[in-house]
Write a protein that binds this ligand. Sequence first.
Ligand code: UD1
Length: 390
Amino acid sequence: MKKRPAARASASGKRAPAPARSKHRALRLLLVAGARPNFMKVAPILRELRARPDLFDARLVHTGQHYDELMSDVFFQELEIPKPDIHLGVGSGSHAAQTARIMEAFEKVLEADHPDWVVVVGDVNSTMACSMVAAKMSPPIRVAHVEAGLRSRDRSMPEEVNRIVTDALSDLLFTTGPDADRNLVSEGVDRRKIHRVGNVMIDTLRRFVARADSSDVTRRLGIAPPFALLTLHRPSNVDDPAALRRIFRALEVLARDLPIVFPAHPRTVKMMQDLGAQVPATGLLLIEPLGYLDFLHLQRRARLVLTDSGGIQEESSILGVPCLTLRENTERPITLSRGTNVLVGSDEKRIVGAARRILRRPAPRARPIPLWDGKAAGRIAAVFARYKSC
Ligand code: UD1
């Protein structure tokens, strides 16, 4: 088994990234993807790294946290992500069970092949599980976190716990904006580890938006603008019967104003069945999860997006589509200050009131967000190029 020399220890005892040592061996990076929102983030990073085989040897691990054709495979095909080098096939489970299965399987991967860096993205269980394994290897493997520093300040969100743990263990923290940098600094992260590179999810959006334009999803669904687009899967909304019923009551009212397209996450469908939650009979089009291109096509043409997802707040802001976030907080405050996002929680009156205000006004103009320019993955590769080791 090849072993990398131990990372240097700084005076504070924290590991500091080692500087470049030799130009002869490509830097070995293991990228981790596990769940749907990871795939559009790893795609541009892998593309950039593989474009420079002289500098980087980049491989991809899929944990299998998401495994359905519509939750996983379609993204690999559409976003032209190469087949994962390693598939852990962990599947679903409770948070503890899923995290433990990922950790056990990923530890075997790292034991067999000690890369220079483990690169994780976002805030799903796979992100945190693989960071913990890398940090506890002997010697430790350095962790780079893409989309670091986001904080909702709501620890009842599993993703918030995943973000805090992952950032605490990371040796390189790639951020999307200044609020994330501030969060990290206030938690004591060494500024030299933080690199503001922009938003890799927007790299993917910019690359594929023209291709998404030619999707025929509206014809297949038999809908035409104006329509609203809804996604809903957060435990705080779908696992809480009272919240889910409030949201459906709001949707029933809104569906009288315009049709609502609802590609439903398997978790949400299951909860709706368990609770016997009634989908409003008219105006709400409940469909299976969509692929990336079909979803982007609809999102771009939607008069209004309703969501509890994180990434969709960012995409809607860049597309200039009004977004109502069915949560009380967001870890992405830039979408409120510079984007099109408004927080409405799960209160029926707030949702309907905010939606009707949007429908009365002309559609907003998209405003650029600094560094969300399609070049974030290139900036990440440039940082890694500085760490190329022997
Ligand atoms: C996960 C992420 C969440 C992200 C979401 C996007 C965590 C803690 N949560 O939530 O941050 O926004 O993905 O989709 O990592 N299931 C299937 N097929 C699949 C995957 C899941 O049927 O391919 C069902 C299973 O019943 C499973 C449930 O969905 O138990 C939940 O899946 P899980 O991966 O645990 O979390 P998500 O809710 O998808």
